[in-house]
Design a protein around this ligand. Structure first.
Ligand SMILES: Cc1cc2nc3c(=O)[nH]c(=O)nc-3n(C[C@H](O)[C@H](O)[C@H](O)COP(=O)(O)O)c2cc1C
Ligand SMILES: [Mn+2]
Length: 484
């Protein structure tokens, strides 16, 4: 049961947890209930940007059957999982990630014969998803979500390409689980193609794996880019995979828990159960549907001794499951590609995969109209439009990730008559809770944009009052002199 090759600190979930423990950045909690208590503790300690949490001795489960959460909650832990220095934060951290992506060189996974994931197995009638302490994460959730930090592995029936996506998974019975692959997602496109041929879609899902696999699975990658290759690049070593016994899908050799099975065709609405509600990233219970979310028939389960579920529940902002709005890096690139100079920072304050409905861009203004041009572009570029609502443009002395600084600039530099514009009916995501029921349509969704220029007015910027803060030089001098 050994995995060949050298393990590095990010090559499985346990290695990362061990590192957090060594750094004193892990709190181990015994005796919590899977029903709401794990979720509430995750919320409370996430709110105070506390340590990662490892739950053991979960009520009704054997010791060793664990759940880890808040893994990416702080800048330091997010940076470590992204392979960046842990002392970076805010815009500097996001920019380091953006620069790192420039050297992206996928590293193909290697297939090994065996791995710890096969330490335990169940198949057919002995499959029981109740074996694992899947939490009810939030107070009004519709069920137990085994999959929040999940890696849903599918193979395209035409190209053979392997896709991994993070899609939430709600337990529906002993061998049934809903897999919420939204329309258009890569896993869903593959499934639709199997179903168009009248064939079931083979699926394998890992519920605990290296942070690199999780990060790759939730990044918005182009259809041709294989997530395993990105995960290998992220962790600095090829991901070791084993073939799943039933369908030959590559699964991480050191995965904690993997289920294997199929989503049969057709997606028969009458046979598809209720899914949700689930507390989602905008901070609301959302997306309850019946007869829509694909239902996986689980044929086999594999798990390591003492398995760990990777829990990544969405929580009310700013209690974000990953403390950096990674999607803002794409928006930054797109603003530059649109030819806008002097972009110094981009941030989202309420976000899922995109920079989201409160996006801030800081610029070094260099001409009349520069700020408004930036706002217009940010509101309509692909990475800013979906789920966007407010775009605030600030000067480069304002840290875009510091909401107090942003509010200060907004309150003091913006003259609303000149600085605020509204654009109606821009493309958006159904995740916006403010879309009225009558405006929710299968045709799609739109939301208005508020463009806010919170920069010093360019024309009279030299007359704008000076900021009431000591200069860095004088501060340093006083610090030195008095040992502050
Ligand atoms: C914690 C978490 C939960 C997510 N849940 C879902 C989900 O339930 N359904 C979905 O379609 N996307 C979900 N996403 C977003 C997808 O993972 C993301 O769009 C990813 O790029 C999809 O991979 P794909 O492009 O290969 O389909 C989630 C992301 C995260 C980080
Ligand atoms: Mn993909």
């Amino acid at each position: 049961m050994t995995v060949t090759g050298k393990s590095n600190r990010q090559s499985d979930l346990r290695a990362f947890i061990a590192e957090l423990r060594e750094l004193g950045d892990l709190r181990e909690i015994s005796g919590a209930d899977w029903n709401l208590e794990i979720g509430a503790i995750t919320e409370l300690l996430g709110e105070e940007e506390g340590p990662a949490l490892l739950f053991d001795g979960i009520r009704g489960y054997p010791k060793g059957f664990r759940v880890v959460s808040n893994v990416f909650r702080t800048h330091a832990r997010a940076a470590a999982s992204l392979g960046l220095p842990p002392d970076l934060s805010g815009v500097a951290l996001l920019n380091a990630w953006r620069q790192r992506l420039r050297d992206l060189a996928p590293m193909a996974p290697v297939v090994v014969k065996d791995g710890p994931v096969f330490e335990n197995r169940a198949a057919g009638d002995t499959v029981d998803l109740g074996l694992f302490p899947a939490p009810v994460w939030h107070e009004h959730d519709g069920g137990r979500y085994l999959g929040t930090g999940s890696a849903v592995i599918t193979r395209d029936p035409d190209s053979g390409r392997i896709n991994i996506g993070t899609y939430r998974c709600m337990v529906q019975g002993q061998d049934r689980i809903s897999v919420k692959m939204n329309k258009g997602k890569h896993g869903r496109l593959a499934m639709d193609r199997y179903h168009a041929r009248g064939e079931p879609c083979p699926v394998a899902i890992s519920f605990g794996h290296a942070t690199s696999v999780f990060l790759a699975a939730q990044l918005p990658l182009a259809p041709g880019v294989e997530e395993y290759g990105i995960a290998g690049w992220l962790q600095g070593s090829a991901v070791q995979v084993v073939e799943s016994p039933l369908h030959g899908l590559p699964i991480p050799a050191s995965a904690e828990i993997v289920i294997e099975g199929e989503v049969p065709p057709p997606l028969d609405r009458a046979a598809l159960p209720k899914e949700g509600p689930f507390g989602e990233w905008p901070g609301y219970f959302a997306d309850t549907t019946t007869g829509e979310v694909p239902l996986m028939h689980v044929k086999a389960v594999y798990w390591r001794n003492d398995p760990i579920i990777l829990g990544v529940p969405p929580l009310k902002p700013p209690n974000n499951y990953i403390s950096v709005p990674l999607g803002a890096a794409q928006l930054w690139d797109q603003l530059e590609a649109a030819g806008i100079p002097g972009i110094m920072g981009v941030w989202g304050h309420v976000y899922g995969g995109q920079s989201g409905p409160f996006t801030v861009v800081s610029i070094r203004q260099s001409y009349m109209g520069h700020a408004k041009q930036t706002a217009l572009a940010a509101a309509s570029a692909r990475a800013g439009a979906y789920g966007g609502k407010f775009v605030v443009v600030v000067d480069d002395d304002v840290e875009a990730s510091d909401i107090d600084d942003v509010i200060w600039a907004l309150a003091t530099r913006c003259n609303p008559r000149e600085g605020v514009d509204i654009v109606k009916g821009v493309w958006t995501s159904p995740a916006d809770p403010a879309i009225a029921p009558e405006d929710r349509s299968p045709e799609g969704y739109t939301m208005d944009r508020v463009l806010i220029d919170a920069c010093r007015p360019y024309r009279w910027r030299d007359q704008f009052p000076a900021v009431n803060v000591f200069s860095d030089a004088f501060r340093d001098k006083v610090r030195d002199k008095f040992g502050l």
